[in-house]
Design a protein around this ligand. Sequence first.
Ligand code: ARG
Ligand code: GLU
Length: 666
Amino acid sequence: MKRFLLTLSFALAALLPAAADEGMWLPSLIAGRIDDMRAKGFRLTAEAIYSINQASMKDAVVLFDGGCTGEIVSAEGLLLTNHHCGYDAIQRHSSVEHDYLTHGFWARSRSEELPNEGLNVRILVRMEEVTERLAAGETAEAIIRAAEAEGPGLHASIEQMYYGNQQFLFLYEQFDDVRLVGAPPSSIGKFGGDTDNWIWPRHTGDFSVFRIYASPDNRPAAYSPENVPYRPKRHFAISTEGVREGDFTMIYGFPGNTQEYILSDAVRYIARRSDPTKIAIRDGRLAIIAEAQASDPALRICYAARHASIANAWKKWQGEVLGLERRKVCEEREAYEARFAAWAASQPAYRDLLPQMKAEYARILTPYFAREILRETVGTLPGRYTEAERGEAVFAKREACERALFRYALEQYDRHCPEGYRLPAFLDGVAEAGSVEAYADRLFEAAWSGTDTMRLHTLSKDAARMQRHIAWLLGTTALRNPVSKRLNTLYTTYIRALRKWDGERAFYPDANLTLRVAYGTVAGYEYADGEYHTPHTTIDGIIAKDNPAIYDYDIPQALRDLHASKDYGRWAAEIDGRRTVPVCFLATNHTTGGNSGSPILNGRGELVGINFDRTWRSTMSDIRFDPAICRNIAVDIRYVLLVIDRIGGAGYLLDEMTLTSSARRR
Ligand code: ARG
Ligand code: GLU
């Protein structure tokens, strides 16, 4: 009975009004939000979003490559996601002769669509709460096994919500034959590069096009030339009407990781210890790689994905720290805890909770930090270079850069690793070689030549042992966030206590790479005192940034010509009284990493944009969503279509999409 009440109270929680637009909601429980959604402009039902009885929107949303989102936009399995999500695939098909990163790629027929080993997408079959079943004694393994036995190609997992207060089974169909159909040149898909990344105003055409293939009977299958385009249960129609400030938007995707309920101790650790140190370490790595890239076009390609991924989190952390500090989130959370403690003093069940949590943080934060430092330094070094790398034409050119990375990583490790967590192999190696630099050189030479690999082996074995030791201290191997097994248990109780004490708050489970719905409106924001940022950018802004002398701002000539002729055809739109082409827009949807590539839908559930980023300071929304400044950034679907049609010359792809006529509304 008690458990029943608990579950019920979590179900009811979803009915409370959330602070404006905050929240990442479970699709199977979206009925609890539907009144609020409809009040904001949604026109459809909860069943249209998620249903296990009929085709619903969820059937058109995919987990792309285990970390991004994609959406199906045709009856033949055509898929849209971000350029940066397809980046690895595009890079792997690229060479100096066929440089798809630089020039883009468009399959002219199905037979030219390029297979990608190791790339898969998952579609959710259903999600189901299993808290009661687990409590009644069924094992997670048995539940998973039974679900996967329902058919071929099925993958199941059980995920915790609210630190284990609820458990859900997620059952997915996984497709392993996903082919590259098209990608714009990086000068569009990554326009603005790392300079504009996490920044508004933005002009990036961050999209790429893939297709899911299935066996002739439409089942998941490994790559085969016999496979045929997948026929989905559902695909998104595309609205070419666009969106205006104030319009409803909904985002459907796979947000990866948020920590909305953490104590001030953890916020302080992130904002004042972890983020600043990791930023400083990455400053140097990025400088080394950038120098190599600037020295040679082949090195520019070869390090492109690595540079982008190091720079991405590096810049995100900077925005996060800025947002958390300006918004005084540590202090805000301390005050919240003080009010909670005052209440808890009269609650025997919760009286000791906060002091216990704080004591546990004091115990674990240094080992956790040691693990983060290890990962950011020693953990970035290759154990050895592979045969494939040795065979590459550019391999010899990389030597200076790789050596510098070895030296830098070990020097930073030496500087930042807390006492008591240094690897014995590192201490011995440095003593033997005489200096950190000399030791780094020995390691590098071993890895580079592929001989004397014992040296590297010893270090990496020690590193693995240290990781295990820290996991043991924390009682868990799930170490994505600063939390231990004991803290996780304490948080289970804490969330329950918060629900009792802070009854007005609308609770939603932290993101954990499970399917979620977020909704809000298209909105600008006050960037600084007296400086309002409008929610739309246009092709005119691309031209204003265009600069052939700067790699990240050197647009294709075709785009310049298009702008000069103003021959936008059906893609022209009127924005702020000007005839132009829309490029990106801002909305108040609560998103995080993993929402890249997510469909942004209008009130009728039609695709109006593809999510790809947030504004810089709003990255604090992983910890604290501030409706005044937190904005996600989408590429306007009309720009995507224009690029496919007029820059890619791949207008035939539009023929299989469902474009809705703009005559229907205004
Ligand atoms: N910030 C976006 C995200 O986190 C885009 C990253 C890729 N773009 C880049 N310039 N590195 O995925
Ligand atoms: N670009 C991010 C990603 O890779 C999404 C943006 C964000 O973190 O908000 O998922």
